[in-house]
Design a protein around this ligand. Structure first.
Ligand SMILES: *[C@@H]1O[C@H](CO)[C@@H](O)[C@H](O)[C@H]1NC(C)=O
Ligand SMILES: *[C@@H]1O[C@H](CO)[C@@H](O)[C@H](O)[C@H]1NC(C)=O
Ligand SMILES: *[C@@H]1O[C@H](CO)[C@@H](O)[C@H](O)[C@H]1NC(C)=O
Ligand SMILES: *[C@@H]1O[C@H](CO)[C@@H](O)[C@H](O)[C@H]1NC(C)=O
Ligand SMILES: *[C@@H]1O[C@H](CO)[C@@H](O)[C@H](O)[C@H]1NC(C)=O
Ligand SMILES: *[C@@H]1O[C@H](CO)[C@@H](O)[C@H](O)[C@H]1NC(C)=O
Length: 335
């Protein structure tokens, strides 16, 4: 199995598979080779609990294949103040950004701002000084944070499982009363909120109009443990999740669909936001999947030195086939 097949698997499972309508079958025997040493971009002895590759709203576009995007990650270490620390990986070098930081976020727009949630509130990334500056006047003990797309709203979950909304430059904080107790949450690309309720470990959805939608579980499924993923920018009104290692898509109407993909390794963090540059963490290592590179290699037989035109072609394929993506891309991949 060559590198491209590896990318293919990850591409399919991460993006096409999560496309919100048509199911696609994938051969199970391809899965174990997803994590390969060539794809490791960072290695440590810590647990990596969060990952973020900021999306720029259309795709992650690298002018040069050797350019790597910034990758933000959080490690767990009980010896640290707050039990964790956020780092940024720039050109394969890791820089410490925020001790006590727990999670990083950015939206799907062209706004490149990155925010952090930490043990004492929200911070904003300053890329010039590779540091975090306090944002807003609140000092909540934050475990998860998500920037709403296309607005200045930031949602965060505190260590006592309450969800808050922060607005107007961090000056106004409102508790989301509909969420009595959440274990984790994500926003979809339309800013609907999906969270896991403490009471039963099952998802609930709060739509942007404020309506609460409960999860419509299928009678044949008894999922023990659910982990929500922040969707890639091409997914509309749905989020992917892992339920006991199986991949599902959860729609905003509360229904879910099981996809033909199972991971027996316990991945500790993911970022598929950027859709064409994906990262996953396992056993203290961060793996990268440069989907754009793989696609160009597949279609045109080379990966470096492509022209902007070729990149545009690839993007237009993605744009025009978002809905019927499987059919068209299958022919590309089954070469
Ligand atoms: C990583 O997490 C696992 C379980 O969550 C734990 O057993 C292990 O000790 C942790 N490792 C480190 C280095 O913190
Ligand atoms: C990270 O550490 C916190 C407490 O410090 C713990 O609750 C959490 O389970 C840890 N996560 C992982 C993945 O080890
Ligand atoms: C995110 O917000 C921007 C600005 O409002 C918008 O142009 C873009 O389409 C949104 N992205 C998604 C994936 O909805
Ligand atoms: C937000 O806060 C920053 C720093 O305090 C300030 O420079 C900026 O003008 C504020 N923006 C708005 C829209 O209030
Ligand atoms: C929920 O939404 C999905 C995706 O749009 C659709 O396929 C499904 O039929 C809907 N189910 C209900 C009960 O409305
Ligand atoms: C890129 O293309 C130019 C000319 O088209 C060539 O001179 C250069 O060596 C190429 N670079 C690589 C890395 O292939």
């Amino acid at each position: 199995m060559d590198t491209f097949d590896t990318y293919h698997v990850f591409l399919i499972t991460s993006i096409l598979h999560f496309g919100c309508s048509t199911p696609l079958s994938i051969k199970d025997n391809l899965v174990p080779t997803v994590f390969r040493s060539e794809q490791v971009i960072f290695s440590s002895s810590y647990n990596i609990t969060r990952l973020l590759v900021p999306s720029d709203g259309s795709t992650y576009f690298l002018d040069d294949v050797s350019d790597l995007p910034s990758v933000f990650f959080t490690i767990n270490d009980s010896r640290l103040d707050g039990g964790s620390c956020i780092y940024v990986l720039e050109d394969l070098a890791a820089y410490e950004i925020l001790e006590g930081g727990r999670d990083s976020t950015s939206d799907y727009s062209e706004d490149k701002s990155v925010y952090f949630g930490g043990k004492d509130g929200v911070y904003k990334y300053d890329s010039e000084s590779l540091s975090a500056k306090k944002f807003g006047r609140f000092h909540d003990d934050i475990i998860q944070i998500q920037k709403a797309n296309g607005s200045d709203v930031i949602f965060f979950l505190t260590s006592n499982n309450k969800l808050f909304k922060l607005e107007q430059n961090g000056t106004i904080r409102t508790k989301i009363e509909a969420v009595t107790c959440a274990l984790e949450f994500v926003l979809d690309t339309s800013n609907n909120i999906y969270f896991i309720a403490c009471v039963d470990g099952l998802p609930r959805i709060i739509k942007t109009d404020g309506n609460l939608v409960t999860y419509i579980s299928s009678i044949t499924e008894d999922i023990q443990e659910i982990h929500l993923l922040r969707p890639a920018f091409i997914m509309v009104e749905c989020v992917p999740f892992f339920g006991d290692g199986n991949l599902y898509v959860l729609y905003v109407n509360g229904t879910s669909e099981r996809k033909d993909f199972y991971l027996n390794r316990r991945i500790s963090a993911y970022s598929i936001d950027a859709a064409l540059y994906l990262v996953a963490a396992l056993d203290g290592k961060i793996y990268e999947y440069n989907v754009m590179e793989a696609m160009l290699k597949s279609m045109f037989g080379f990966t470096s030195n492509w022209s902007t035109d070729l990149s545009k072609i690839v993007m237009s394929i993605i744009e025009t086939t978002k809905d019927s993506i499987y059919k068209d891309w299958n022919s590309v991949f089954d070469h």
